[in-house]
Design a protein around this ligand. Structure first.
Ligand SMILES: [Ca+2]
Ligand SMILES: [Ca+2]
Length: 188
């Protein structure tokens, strides 16, 4: 009888753990999709800015090497067109960080009079995204993930270059851009 009760308890515990794992996986997938949507918006905004203005935003200039930067400061300030008057500025397509969350746009200081130093676009762990921009205009950027060895559960080998004008990634929950297992990338 005792043995049967133990078995039942073990099954209940196992089911609870499986449910917990499934919930964590769903949350993780939702989190990744949410970040990828944000990163794709940044990539799209960069292309649209360039098309409309004939130059790149926030001091990005044509150079021999591509530019590695973050989604904050002058780049984001100009990308969001915060330098133009409110009444002609297009509506911002990014969520404002609120309710104690860090995810989204953060304005330090006055929201009505933002400055390039006061604005950042953050991932849910409070870090601005990393971004590589094709500022040498060869239609590709170096893959920051290149050289990563395949893991136990994946045979994925990252290509050396990515045929895109910009690549964006979050450094993930560990906030370390060099650890790729938890990084969330716009290109995969
Ligand atoms: Ca390039
Ligand atoms: Ca990481």
């Amino acid at each position: 009888m005792l043995r049967l009760a133990g078995l039942v308890l073990l099954i209940i515990w196992g089911l609870r753990e499986l449910t917990k794992l499934a919930a964590e996986k769903m949350l993780s997938d939702a989190n990744q999709n949410r970040h990828r949507e944000e990163m794709h918006k940044v990539q799209k905004a960069l292309l649209e800015y360039e098309k409309k203005n004939g130059c790149m935003p926030g001091g990005l200039k044509k150079s021999e090497e591509d530019t590695i930067t973050r989604t904050s400061g002058a780049l984001l300030y100009h990308l969001l067109q915060l330098d133009v008057p409110d009444d002609v500025r297009p509506l911002m397509d990014w969520p404002l960080a609120r309710n104690g969350e860090s995810f989204g746009l953060v304005f330090r200081g006055s929201f009505d009079r933002p400055t390039p130093d006061s604005v950042s676009l953050l991932d849910v762990w409070g870090e601005s995204y990393h971004i590589i921009v094709d500022t040498n205009f060869d239609g590709q950027v170096s893959n920051p993930e290149a050289g990563r060895k395949p893991g136990w559960f994946s045979s994925y080998v990252p290509p050396a270059t990515l045929p895109i004008r910009s690549a964006v990634f979050s450094s993930g929950p560990d906030k370390n851009p060099s650890t790729w297992d938890d990084n969330i990338c716009s290109w995969r």
